[in-house]
Write a protein that binds this ligand. Structure first.
Ligand SMILES: NC(=O)c1ccc[n+]([C@@H]2O[C@H](COP(=O)([O-])OP(=O)(O)OC[C@H]3O[C@@H](n4cnc5c(N)ncnc54)[C@H](OP(=O)(O)O)[C@@H]3O)[C@@H](O)[C@H]2O)c1
Length: 283
């Protein structure tokens, strides 16, 4: 069995590799792919096969996918460039006739109006057209999108956003990674998993929990979407990406990242990590 993990150098990819090893998958069966393989030296030291995978270089994809039984295709992070990059991945997987390909997309990819989803939907369409056995791992929002910002929130006493009173079923990267591995190892192809945390919360509830646990007053300040995009750009987020992120908050406001399927906890076989636990760990 050869299992290839793309974008293995990223935070999610590394958690996936750790989870595969924890599940007892032999290190020699795992191919960890990344643009900078030196970032994977710790896994290479455990016997994981490490190989260059660059979504812009089709030859690296062909080399990595030849003989692959299962591929975990983790979405890239270069906004505006993902569609051609992801098409390269799908074309190479098809040419290599990989046994199964699982793709980490976005929750509600085929129903959401969020701009962020268009790359994911295009990738899902390309995967479908490939005729390969495909598993769609549609991820909700990472809890770390919030908890990574805790230091700044405590400093300012404010969490800003444009999510209004919308509920978001955020979950930790580690939970998504564990569920991805579960699906990757057990799926036969054709499954669609809509993944989100068991508990959906509003930004006001998030700020209240952060206040409670930190002992410092933090309030949620809601902004119109365009003002929030301006604010993000003002703190250094590149303009087009700031607009996409603000639009995600608009999507949250409209309930588009509220995932009620239970797919994530079903795959995990346990409840998802709660907001309270995630804040406690981050603090
Ligand atoms: N649901 C959410 O809330 C959420 C939040 C953030 C991101 N995401 C998505 O989930 C993915 C995984 O998340 P993460 O936390 O692991 O992100 P991350 O830590 O930023 O890692 C991104 C990964 O994508 C790789 N990558 C980017 N462009 C590539 C290319 N052209 N060819 C090959 N690899 C490429 C990066 O490689 P290098 O190490 O070489 O840069 C890295 O391994 C992200 O890429 C993004 O699509 C989802």
């Amino acid at each position: 069995m050869t299992i290839v993990v793309t974008a293995a150098t990223g935070l999610l990819g590394r958690l996936v590799l750790t989870e595969l090893l924890k599940k007892g998958v032999p290190a020699a069966d795992i191919v960890a792919g990344g643009r900078s393989v030196e970032k994977l030296s710790d896994f290479a030291g455990q016997g994981v096969r490490v190989q260059v995978i660059d979504y812009d270089k089709p030859e690296t994809l062909t080399a990595a996918f030849t003989g692959a039984d299962r591929v975990l295709f983790i979405s890239g992070s270069e906004a505006g460039r993902r569609i051609p990059q992801h098409n390269n991945v799908v074309n190479a997987a098809k040419a290599a006739q990989v046994g199964l390909i699982a793709y980490t997309g976005i929750a509600g990819a085929d129903s959401t109006t969020m701009k962020l989803a268009s790359d994911h939907l295009a990738t899902e369409a390309a995967l479908k057209a490939s005729g390969l056995p495909v598993v769609l791992l549609r991820h909700g929002w990472y809890l770390e999108n919030y908890t990574d910002q805790i230091a700044g929130a405590l400093e300012r006493g404010v969490v800003a956003g444009a999510a209004g009173s919308g509920r978001v079923s955020a979950a930790t990267r580690a939970d998504f990674a564990a569920a991805d591995v579960e699906a990757l190892l057990s799926s036969k192809g054709g499954e669609v998993f809509e993944m989100g945390g068991d508990e959906a919360f509003t930004m006001t509830e998030y700020a209240a929990e952060l206040s409670k646990q930190s002992g410092q007053e933090v309030r949620y300040q809601n902004l119109p979407t365009d003002k929030y995009a301006e604010m993000l750009a003002g703190v250094g987020v590149p303009g087009p990406f700031a607009e996409i992120l603000a639009d995600c908050d608009r999507g949250i406001r409209d309930g588009e990242l509220h995932v009620g399927t239970g797919d994530l906890s079903n795959l995990l076989g346990r409840p998802t990590t709660s907001l309270s636990e995630a804040i406690q760990a981050a603090l």
